[in-house]
Design a protein around this ligand. Structure first.
Ligand SMILES: [Zn+2]
Length: 179
């Protein structure tokens, strides 16, 4: 019996590691619900389509407002490594920070977590014959990209975001969203 105790402790500690914060949704900033595509959504910042066209570049408009995806390895931030924050290119909300950016090799800026809880909403996306989870800005509803569950620990998430949907800047800039 005496020999069993260390073994039990070892197993308990292994199990403890295995069942650690990785799978605990409370440990991440990720939203807990994926919204149905037909779920009505309203946002603090709303503009008419004509206004969005005026405010955004044609490329930003295609991605942010029409859910287009830029070609991999073509966006300006897929390989950016400088410290700073990434804001929604449509409304200026801080969405991601360089601390969670990682090299996923997929050709789009990839983040393992959000800058803060509630900065994005997740919506089921069945377009192009695939079931994916779309990520939209919680402040203005603009399309940002998709989130996948093959990211690094501790979240296990990979937010795959279009460069055209975000603006990179220093953390000390004002956090006030554009109106
Ligand atoms: Zn936004």
């Amino acid at each position: 019996m005496k020999k069993l105790l260390p073994l039990c402790l070892l197993l308990a500690s292994l199990f403890g590691c295995y069942a650690g914060p990785t799978n605990d949704p409370a440990a991440t900033n990720a939203p807990s619900t994926i919204l149905n595509p037909t779920h009505p959504m309203t946002f603090p910042i709303e503009h008419t389509d004509a206004e969005w066209r005026k405010r955004l570049t044609p490329e930003q408009y295609r991605v942010l407002r029409q859910a287009d995806t830029e070609a991999p390895f073509t966006g300006k931030y897929w390989n950016t490594k400088e410290p700073g924050v990434y804001r929604c290119a449509a409304c200026g909300s801080v969405l991601f920070t360089s601390r969670d950016k990682f090299d996923s090799g997929c050709g789009w800026p990839s983040f393992s977590d959000l800058a803060a809880k509630g900065t994005v909403l997740e919506r089921q996306d069945d377009s192009h014959g695939m079931r994916r989870t779309e990520v939209v800005c919680a402040h203005c509803g603009s399309h940002l990209g998709h989130v996948f569950d093959d990211g690094p620990a501790p979240t296990g998430l990979r937010y795959c975001i279009n460069s055209a949907a975000i603006d990179f800047g220093s953390e000390t800039q004002t956090n006030q969203p554009k109106n």
